[in-house]
Every structure is written in structure tokens, then in C-alpha cells.
Design a protein around this ligand. Structure first.
Ligand code: 5IU
Length: 258
């Protein structure tokens, strides 16, 4: 039962260097919170990273929505990540043929530690990353096995086949983005689950996103890391609300492993 094992005890069960690093950060900082910084303004992103950095294990961005994201800002974000000991995830959800993904990965791996990938293209997408010119073994993949959005097209068979790919590329795959504990059993993979809000009354948005509470995703759904975006980013005091999320998520994790 992977949900009962502590992050410390799972370090030795992973074959992926990025997962080892992530488990270590989570245990050291007592946090299983990933901030989804879906923000356009690079100044605001850097400010968020600096304020919330001590409270998170991953700072997740969509680089393609950031205005004026230049090399200077990439370096600045990297410095903040080093200072506060969190990993930078680019949530690009690579989903093209291997040859294209190889080139995308070469760019993204210059500044991101983790990257999300769709399994839809088949083995080529992971094979391409493994064979990318400047392949950096410290960069890890999170493979999308399930989505949080209502009426999405992923089937149980797709999830199962996605996990077969994850097992085949377990030195590269740090974890799985999914919604349910049934998606996988291997405790070496880290379950990351988006669609999380502290307010029980907030169950969706107008575009298909679905939300669950921290306790539900960590205890019932066996998420190791909860992804929180608007619940924190839209607040007038992100650091305060992020600390609330961190405490709730970590308490839920502790209740699960004991
Ligand atoms: N995200 C999801 N659902 C998914 C996957 C990724 O919401 O199934 I895969 C991303 C999208 C956004 C963040 O960056 O997680 C959730 O943001 P909110 O907490 O603001 O809904």
C-alpha cells in the first residue's frame, strides 16, 4: 500500500533521480504543496516564487502564458528555486511525435527540473526525451494518466497503458498526474493531483475544472502532492493562504502514513 509509506522510505524505491530529489525536498521542508502559478506577469511570478517558495516543493508554471519571459527571468527563477529549495515544473504536457518533443525538451530542460508529458503519442515521446541531445538525467517527467476536468476523454484502459509506459521508462518518470489511487501501485512514483481547493463549497469552475478538499485528495485519493492554483494565486495574501494549504496537506499526509 503506497499510501502508508513515508516519503523518506520511498526514496530508495524510485529509479528516477528527480523523484529522489523531490521526495527529499518534501521530507526536509514538510510540504506536499505544488503551487500552480498561472500568472501572466513575470514580476508577479518571481514575487510569488520568493514569497511562497519556503512553503512548496514544486513551483509549476506554464511558460507559454508568461509575458516577457526572457533568459534573465529564467535565471532569476532558478536562483529563487535554489534559495528556497523547490523544483520548477513546466506544465507543457508534451504530446507530439518524438522528433518534435525531443527539440521541445531540449529547450525546456535548460530551466525546468520537471515537465509534464501526455502518453497519447505512445513510447516515442519518452524515448525522444531519453535520447535528447543535452539529456539531463536530473530532469524528471510527470506522465498524465488522468485529468481533473469533467467529461475528459481518458478511459481506464488509457490510464493502464500509460502506466505500462511509466514502468518501462521508470528512470525518467518521476511521477504520475492522476485523480484516483487506482491509477497505479508502484510506490517509487509520486502521485500529483490537481483540482484542489480548501473551500468545501468550491467544487468546480465554469470551464470543467473539478475541485476536492486537501484531506480528500491526500487521504482518500492517495495524492502525494496537491496542485493548487487559483485557491492561492487569487488571494490578496498568497503566502498566508499557501501556509494554510501546506498545513492541511501535510497533516493529511501524516494521518495517512501512520
Ligand atoms: N491541471 C489541472 N488538471 C489536470 C492537469 C493539470 O488542473 O488534470 I494534467 C493544471 C492546470 C492548472 C492547475 O495549472 O493544474 C490547476 O489550477 P487551479 O487550482 O487554479 O484550478
Amino acid at each position: 500500500n503506497r499510501g502508508k509509506l513515508s516519503f523518506e522510505n520511498r526514496i530508495a524505491l524510485s529509479k528516477c533521480p528527480a523523484a529522489v530529489k523531490l521526495f527529499t525536498i518534501m521530507a526536509q521542508k514538510s510540504t506536499n504543496l505544488c503551487l500552480a502559478a498561472d500568472v501572466l506577469d513575470i514580476k508577479k511570478i518571481l514575487q510569488l516564487a520568493d514569497e511562497v517558495g519556503p512553503l512548496i516543493c514544486i513551483f509549476k508554471i506554464h511558460a507559454d502564458i508568461i509575458e516577457n519571459y526572457s533568459d534573465k527571468e529564467r535565471d532569476e527563477l532558478k536562483n529563487i528555486a535554489t534559495r528556497h529549495n523547490f523544483m520548477i515544473m513546466e506544465d507543457r504536457k508534451l504530446a507530439d511525435i518524438g522528433n518534435t518533443v525531443r527539440m521541445q525538451f531540449n529547450q525546456i530542460s535548460k530551466w525546468a527540473n520537471l515537465i509534464t508529458v501526455h502518453s497519447i503519442p505512445g513510447f516515442g515521446v519518452l524515448e525522444a526525451i531519453k535520447n535528447a541531445e543535452n539529456f539531463n538525467p536530473d530532469v524528471g517527467v510527470f506522465l498524465v494518466a488522468e485529468l481533473s476536468s469533467e467529461n475528459n476523454l481518458i478511459t481506464p484502459d488509457y490510464t493502464k497503458k500509460t502506466m505500462a509506459l511509466a514502468e518501462k521508462y521508470s528512470t525518467l518518470v518521476a511521477g504520475i498526474v492522476c485523480q484516483f489511487p487506482t491509477a497505479f501501485t508502484n510506490p517509487g512514483f509520486i502521485q500529483m493531483t490537481p483540482g484542489v481547493n480548501i473551500e468545501e463549497s468550491i467544487v468546480n469552475d465554469s470551464l470543467g475544472q473539478q475541485y476536492n478538499t486537501p484531506a480528500k485528495v491526500i487521504v482518500e485519493r492517495k495524492a502525494d502532492i496537491a496542485v493548487v492554483g487559483r485557491g492561492i494565486v487569487n488571494s490578496s495574501n498568497p503566502a498566508d493562504i499557501a501556509e494554510k494549504y501546506r498545513q492541511k496537506l501535510w497533516a493529511a499526509y501524516l494521518s495517512r502514513v501512520q
